[in-house]
Design a binder for this molecule. Structure first.
Ligand code: FES
Length: 107
C-alpha cells in the first residue's frame, strides 16, 4: 500500500507498506523524518502526530472524541481537526495513495 509523507518543507516521500501495519511503521521502516513513534505504537507518546491530508480524512476517519488518542493530541503542538496519531491509522487497501503531513514542530 502506498503512503506519501509530506514534510513541512514540502518534501514528499512515497513509501510502500504492507497491509496490516500502521502509518507509524510506514514512517519508521522508511526513515521518514519527524515521526519518532517513541512509545512503540501503543498510543502513549504523540511523537507520531500527523495531519491527514484533507482529501483523505473521511477515509481515514477523524479523531474519536474522548478517546485515548484525543487525550494525547490535545497536548500536541499545532494539533488541528486533521490531527491523528500515525500508530492509530491502520494500513489497508482502502487507504492506497494516502497522504500524511508531518507537523513542523516534530523535527
Ligand atoms: Fe506513540 Fe503513536 S507511537 S502515540
Amino acid at each position: 500500500v502506498k503512503v506519501t509523507f509530506v514534510s513541512s518543507d514540502g518534501t514528499r516521500r512515497a513509501v510502500d507498506i504492507a497491509e496490516g501495519e500502521t502509518a507509524r511503521e510506514a514512517a519508521l521502516f522508511n526513515d521518514v523524518p519527524g515521526i519518532d513513534g517513541d512509545c512503540g505504537g501503543v498510543c502513549a507518546c504523540a511523537t507520531c502526530h500527523v495531519f491527514v491530508d484533507p482529501a483523505w480524512i473521511d477515509k481515514v476517519g477523524r479523531l474519536a472524541e474522548g478517546g485515548a488518542e484525543a487525550d494525547l493530541l490535545q497536548f500536541a503542538e499545532g494539533a488541528n481537526e486533521y490531527s491523528r496519531l500515525a500508530c492509530q491509522i491502520p494500513i489497508e487497501p482502502l487507504v492506497e495513495g494516502l497522504i500524511l503531513h508531518v507537523p513542523e514542530q516534530q523535527y
